[in-house]
Design a protein around this ligand. Sequence first.
Ligand code: B12
Ligand code: SF4
Length: 376
Amino acid sequence: MTAARDAEGHQTTPAPRLPAKLAAHPSVQAVLARRRAGDAVNPPAVIDADWLRELCLAAGADDAAAVSLDHPDLVGEREYVQSALPGTRTLIAMAVRMNRDNCRSPARSVANQEFHQADEQANHAARTVTQALQDAGYRALNPSVGFPQEMDRFPSERIWVVAHKTVAVAAGLGVMGLHRNVIHPRFGSFVLLVTVLVDAEVSAYGQALDYNPCIDCKLCVAACPVGAIAKDGAFDALACTSHNYREFMSGFTDWAQTVADSEDAADYRSRVTDSESASMWQSLSSPPGYKSGYCLAVCPAGEDVLGPYLDDRKTFMDTVLRPLQGKKETLYVLPGSHAQEYALRRFPHKPVKEVTGGWQPPAKRSTSPDRETRTS
Ligand code: B12
Ligand code: SF4
């Protein structure tokens, strides 16, 4: 039923015709009494854009903008979004800043903690905004920043409810750089993204940036230990997943298979080092650890980030890029892959370990017209 609206656009709900037993229920009577007293929540048909932005910033976002679900770049999102929240009209994109030197640290525990804390902050902000919209009388929903995702669809379909990057770009929060992460014009690559779905229009929508903050320095290409990013922008998602997501999904399955295939404890320990077992335990007992994310860590783009790179590029390379390139760490690759050949050639000091499986890009996927996906 479409609600009637008064002259100011507020919903005016006519008294419903109810069966006598339901009408006599105390909760029903309380709702009807509240309406008669004019206390019912009657949201404006259109959400005020300034009110919404303030709400997002107060909830913990560092930037926010709304975009209509009718935006042409969101065609691929509509089916997923409508099945999550039928009636969605607008997507609210938010960005939460990360602390740069935490992300850049070769100590992965430091970087992973930063990712997880920012993830929590973004989830918290999105949930707070969702609750405020609900209290204002709208239907709203916030899919997770990262995990949990829809594992019943894994591995044949996409497992995320909404593609935050696609939404953020359409809302004008940034543009995808060479490393396929969204670069915010001020905060650069050091942002996590989150989206809130809502069943109403907003008085003003964000406009796409008219330039790309990516300065094409190609440091992400140089930093990636498994050659997932090519200079021409091709992205080998399978190489990235096999290494960076070693302790997630298919990487975990590969480890479980190794346990199952081992004849005894000694055999298991000949296949998996104590450090790898401990790392897997850590990923199971706390949020799972990424193995790299170096592409994001070394990115100098963004007005708040760029200064030190412009002032002294050599020092920037020596203090940001080289420590990650020089770190002795195991790299996980698929046998015979480009990633394997690249890792052995470019990073001879990093042990390379073959793993099975891998998470194939789903058949139905969002693509970018200008950049191809390269799979090994
Ligand atoms: C799937 C996913 C991944 C996959 C695929 C990455 C990708 N580029 O799509 C893997 C595991 C490799 C990955 C890695 C990382 N991710 Co990720 N990831 C996601 C997720 C869930 C969806 C991404 C998406 O929309 N892909 C589809 C389209 C939009 O992206 P695309 O680049 O055009 O896709 C191309 C390829 O990736 C490929 N492809 C598309 N779908 C799939 C699916 C699979 C399974 C594979 C293998 C490939 C593939 O085909 C596309 C055409 O070229 C989002 C969370 C979310 N719900 O949105 C986070 C997200 C994109 N990830 C994020 C981050 C931070 C990372 C890491 C830095 C993690 C880390 N801490 O190390 C790395 C960076 C790797 C990189 N250079 O992109 C952030 C990015 C923030 C930002 N500033 O943009 C997001 C938005 C999470 C968040 N809420 O903030 N990620
Ligand atoms: S997350 Fe790591 S493996 Fe993936 S593209 Fe970035 S640097 Fe390469």
